[in-house]
Design a protein around this ligand. Structure first.
Ligand SMILES: Cc1cc2nc3c(=O)[nH]c(=O)nc-3n(C[C@H](O)[C@H](O)[C@H](O)COP(=O)(O)OP(=O)(O)OC[C@H]3O[C@@H](n4cnc5c(N)ncnc54)[C@H](O)[C@@H]3O)c2cc1C
Length: 296
């Protein structure tokens, strides 16, 4: 039976041949064979069972804000977490579905006078994606607020508590085969006014230094210990360098922006060129923070 029919028979929401440029902040990427939207944990496990039985590879999609999908797309199924979007407050502890957009989450927290994540204002991620990547800014990281993560891996759901998790710079110990379905975060009480002011300050600082009005995936490279990847690319004279519709941002050299219908191959050319030049000039190897997936 066709996959879509199998899913329809069980009342599961799946789409076929979905252009992924619509689901990434880079606005780049070919089609996925399938895009599955589980609406609860049961649907998620059932969908995985079907994909596994049919030998269909899967890949997890949060906000698509750290993702470059190659132009040929993905032969398999993307699993969007966006419908796992519950938020439950219990005093200073918050449990959220992995697909909750950070922007909405920050607003809800501010309304309840819960502080801790203001530094993430302006980051177009989901809570699950941010925890997976241990997203951070201005010297702070989301991992430090995580109390527990619920994941689905190899056919079962289980929770990992703080002591069972490791977070470091743009790294979490959550394996790539596991999908985060929910996260418990510990926040702190503060006044709504103070929280909103901090968010506005962080957003202001971000807008001053980052090209937020152009499609991008945030920083392309991790900062090598003691150095700034952006400064190295800038010193290599690469700001403004173009390949097809992609450009190394003139505002922030660690950003590549999609100026004009860029293809993934344009972006990959710039990435490889920047790595080569920085290595030639400074002897330093830049490592991608960006996740690259799909066929060329
Ligand atoms: C304008 C802009 C500014 C940014 N600023 C910052 C910043 O200041 N700091 C920072 O750290 N990052 C920043 N980023 C990058 C990005 O927002 C983060 O890496 C973020 O954590 C990605 O979250 P996401 O939900 O969009 O994940 P996606 O991009 O969808 O996925 C990223 C990776 O995580 C995996 N993943 C996603 N969700 C799950 C899940 N539920 N379970 C398991 N794996 C999952 C995906 O498979 C993929 O490998 C910025 C991006 C943009 C576009």
């Amino acid at each position: 039976m066709k996959i879509t029919n199998l899913f329809a028979k069980e009342g599961l929401l799946v789409k076929e041949k979905v252009p992924l440029f619509r689901h990434t902040t880079f606005r780049v990427g070919g089609p996925a064979d399938y895009l599955f939207y589980p609406r609860n944990f049961l649907e998620l496990s059932r969908g995985f069972e079907i994909f596994e039985a049919e030998n269909i590879p899967t890949y997890f999609l949060g906000g698509g804000s750290n993702l470059l999908v190659r132009d040929g797309g993905f032969r398999g199924a993307f699993i969007s977490l966006e419908k796992l979007d519950f938020v439950e407050f219990e005093d200073e502890l918050v449990r959220t579905g992995a697909g909750v957009p950070l922007a909405r989450f920050l607003t809800l927290c501010a309304e309840r006078g819960l502080s801790g994540l203001e530094f993430m204002a302006g980051v177009p991620a989901t809570v699950g994606g941010a925890v997976k990547m241990n997203a951070g800014a201005f010297g702070q990281e989301i991992g430090s607020l995580v109390e527990e993560v619920t994941i689905y891996q190899e056919g079962r759901f289980f929770s990992l508590s703080r002591g069972q998790l490791t977070f470091s710079y743009r790294f979490s110990s959550i394996p790539d085969e596991a999908v985060i379905v929910a996260v418990n975060l510990r926040l702190k009480k503060d006044s709504q006014e103070a929280i909103n002011k901090r968010m506005a300050d962080y957003l202001f600082r971000r807008k001053k230094t980052q090209p937020l009005n152009e499609p991008s995936a945030g920083c392309i490279f991790k900062n090598p210990p003691g150095f700034s990847a952006g400064a190295l690319i800038d010193q290599a004279g690469l700001k403004g360098l173009r390949a097809g519709g992609a450009e190394i941002s003139r505002k922030h050299a660690n950003f590549i922006v999609n100026r004009d219908g860029a293809r993934a191959q344009d972006i990959l050319r710039l990435i490889n060129f920047a790595k080569e030049r920085v290595f030639q000039l400074f002897g330093m190897e830049l490592e991608e923070e960006l996740r690259v997936v799909g066929e060329g």
